[in-house]
Ligand binder design. Structure first.
Ligand SMILES: Cc1cc2nc3c(=O)[nH]c(=O)nc-3n(C[C@H](O)[C@H](O)[C@H](O)COP(=O)(O)OP(=O)(O)OC[C@H]3O[C@@H](n4cnc5c(N)ncnc54)[C@H](O)[C@@H]3O)c2cc1C
Length: 460
């Protein structure tokens, strides 16, 4: 086995002074996992302060054949930043400055380690809006969002992270630091190379700076929460909203198991008697949101809801979303292990998916909780198992196989926002045919010939 060149790396860092290194086992363990189940110990954690240090570190890793795994805030859901082959865990958390907010150009220029919510709050101060809103936005980083092409509830109306990336500075394995794209809202100069790095899960290069598009901050937000007796009723209400020509900023659904867990965690009585809930939010001019809310109330009422609750304005809407953001944690509180799959189905398959999940849980005798971004068919299907019960572990594996196979057959996708990482690696061949796999490998090899950047993930 190759000996890790610790002395040479210490020497390197000492000369530069813009990259800290952590060597203790406790520190290394803290950087060896994310919010999924896998963990691995890197040989060292490197925390660069500058883009130049990142590029030089990649070059050092290449020259010494050391695996190097980028890491944002470690709030991924698929083990993407887990350094499975050891080597260097490259944390971007110290590159955490917003470099420029330019309200007239509608851009923000930022280092990758900035926390998403902090960036959103900073641009809101000058009446600008950065819409992508992963439920983890208070904890995850912009660099991680770019590398996973993160989405969230508002992506129904506003699109995902990809749609806001105007330009990137990227460090490559050969030590090159390059600028791709720019700060103009339109740019068709050459290939769209900046987008190649969006969603590349840290396997092609390291994002060291991002120029992101901003929108005008909507004047007002308003939302309606509905409780329904069945998931089918909620799904029908969603389709009726679209048929009426409405495009809400978010449409979120949750099933009975999720609502029960949320009740326990938050103490809310809101969902009593409900098997499903729907949150529909709109934004824009205040008068317009009032008209839309009235219309949504009429349409949602056609499915005979158990309750309708209105939230008018920023504060009231945030309270609604606070409960929604607790869903994931509520499922964890059940004590069961949550296999969270952020699958996507074509919109017309929403009711089919709900029926399929319900049949699967009956057949395999394990709970399956569904909630998520119903408006764009991106549902978090959570297979809940007791890890101490071998029968349930087996049933969980079977459930995932069956779920992914069905989703792909419907023309859907394994993952809408979390990425493939380690979690979905076994199903990558199911989702990508040979020609797609081969193209991925060619691009990977062109940029990282020794396959040292984030190794052990779905391309290995
Ligand atoms: C409670 C909870 C709710 C969530 N809800 C959502 C949601 O609604 N929508 C959603 O999309 N996701 C969601 N996620 C998943 C997760 O938060 C996102 O994937 C997020 O983008 C990860 O960001 P991070 O900074 O934590 O990245 P990390 O976990 O640190 O890394 C993620 C990936 O990005 C790579 N990477 C990180 N920084 C860089 C960089 N600068 N350059 C190159 N590669 C890099 C890593 O190698 C890794 O492959 C949720 C997670 C949790 C725990």
């Amino acid at each position: 086995m190759k000996v890790f060149p610790a002395v040479a790396l210490k020497d390197w860092a000492c000369k530069r002074q813009d990259c800290d290194l952590y060597w203790s086992e406790t520190e290394r363990a803290a950087f060896g996992k994310d919010k999924w189940f896998a963990s691995a110990l890197p040989d060292v954690v490197a925390l660069p302060h500058t883009a130049e240090a990142v590029a030089a570190l990649l070059k050092f890793a290449g020259e010494n054949q050391i695996p190097i795994t980028p890491r944002g805030a470690g709030h991924g859901y698929v083990g993407g930043c887990v350094p499975v082959h050891g080597g260097i865990s490259l944390s971007l958390e110290r590159m955490n400055r917003i470099l420029e907010v330019h309200p007239e150009d509608f851009v923000v220029v930022t280092q990758p380690g900035v926390i998403t919510k902090e960036l959103q709050d900073a641009v809101a101060k000058v009446k600008r809006y950065y819409p992508p809103d992963p439920a983890s936005r208070a904890d995850c980083s912009i660099g991680g969002n770019i590398a996973t092409n993160a989405g969230g509830p508002r992506c129904l109306k506003y699109g995902v992270t990809r749609d806001y990336v105007l330009g990137l500075q990227v460090a490559l394995m050969d030590g090159t630091l390059t600028r791709l794209g720019g700060r103009g809202h339109k740019n068709k100069t050459g290939f769209e190379l900046s987008r190649l790095f969006v969603g590349s899960e840290g396997m092609l290069g390291i994002v060291t700076e991002a120029t992101l598009k901003l929108l005008p901050l909507p004047e007002w937000r308003a939302a309606l929460s509905f409780g329904y007796r069945t998931m089918e009723a909620a799904a029908r209400a969603i389709l009726a909203l679209f048929d009426a020509g409405l495009l809400p900023s978010a449409v979120e659904i949750a099933d009975a198991f999720t609502l029960q867990a949320a009740r326990k965690r938050t103490g809310t009585k809101d969902f009593d008697g409900c098997e499903a809930s729907l949150i529909v939010e709109v934004d824009g001019l205040r008068e317009v949101t009032a008209i839309e809310i009235k219309r949504i109330r009429e349409i949602g009422s056609m499915e005979d809801p158990v309750f309708i609750k209105e939230a008018d304005g920023e504060l009231a809407c945030e309270q609604v979303w606070q409960t929604r953001r607790e869903f994931s944690y509520s499922l964890r509180d059940t004590g069961l292990t949550k296999l969270n799959e952020d699958i996507v189905v074509p919109r017309s398959r929403l009711v089919d998916l709900i029926r399929f999940a319900s049949a699967l849980q009956k057949e395999l005798q394990i709970p399956i909780a569904c909630f998520g971004h119903a408006g764009d068919g991106n549902i978090h299907v959570n297979v809940m198992i007791d890890e101490n019960d071998p029968r349930q572990i087996q049933a969980g594996d079977k459930a995932l196989d069956r779920l992914f196979e069905q989703v792909i057959n419907w023309g859907g996708a394994l993952t809408g926002e979390h990425g493939v990482g380690l979690a979905k690696k076994p199903w990558w061949p199911l989702a990508a045919d040979k020609s797609v796999q081969s193209l991925h490998k060619k691009i990977k090899t062109a940029l990282d010939p020794q396959h040292l950047l984030n190794p052990g993930k779905f391309l290995d």
